[in-house]
Design a protein. Structure first.
Length: 194
């Protein structure tokens, strides 16, 4: 079964596109894009185990840190650069978004919404950092360095002059379009220089 976020990303990307997946994990999304859309893709991943799993799937992947390894790519080398579920784990977000927009025509960003209703309820009633299906980590073992909402990300893009070409919002495995900052547990944004 294909994850909904992967399905949405695959539907956004044109057949045969050149793709760079930053924080590609085990290469599942790149494999899907290769098989479903005929994309030529490569990834960068910091976790050794995930790199090995991606290579086993036949995915072209480099072991590296996306915070330091984008300068080797020429301007507009890729049609799409993907940052799905990795942006909140990055220290210098401004630099990564800027570099991703330099090396790609479009950047697809998928982020968790740390301000959706279930997280707010847990924080309000229990007074503890929320643990939900979409945010399954405890405060002490989370890979997340940033805790942002969908509204925060849209404001960031506006402040930095980054155009949001498209936005899709997910909640409990389906798309939502109303009260997204409250109801959606994740968002997928297509960015450009505008």
């Amino acid at each position: 079964m294909i994850r909904l976020d992967y399905e949405i990303i695959a539907n956004i990307i044109e057949p045969g596109a050149k793709v760079l997946d930053l924080g590609c994990g085990d290469g599942e999304l790149l494999t899907l894009l290769r098989e479903k859309k005929g994309c030529r893709g490569t990834g960068i991943e910091i976790d050794d185990g995930e790199v090995m799993r991606a290579i086993e799937k036949g995915v072209s992947v480099s072991h590296g840190d996306i915070g330091r390894d984008l300068d080797v790519y020429a301007d507009k080398r890729f049609d799409y650069v993907i940052l799905n579920e990795s942006l909140q784990q990055i220290i210098n977000i401004e630099k990564i978004i800027d570099e991703a927009l330099r090396v790609g025509r479009y950047v697809i960003v998928g982020i968790p919404n740390f301000c959706h209703i279930r997280a707010r309820i847990q924080l309000f009633f229990h007074g503890r950092v929320p643990v939900t299906k979409s945010l399954p980590y405890k405060w002490y073992n989370t890979p997340n360095l940033r805790f942002l909402s969908l509204r925060d990300f849209r404001s960031f893009c506006c402040e930095k002059g980054v155009k949001i070409e498209k936005a899709r919002y997910l909640a409990e495995g389906q798309e939502v379009s109303l009260c997204t900052n409250l109801l959606a547990d994740a968002g997928i944004f297509v960015l450009s220089r505008g």
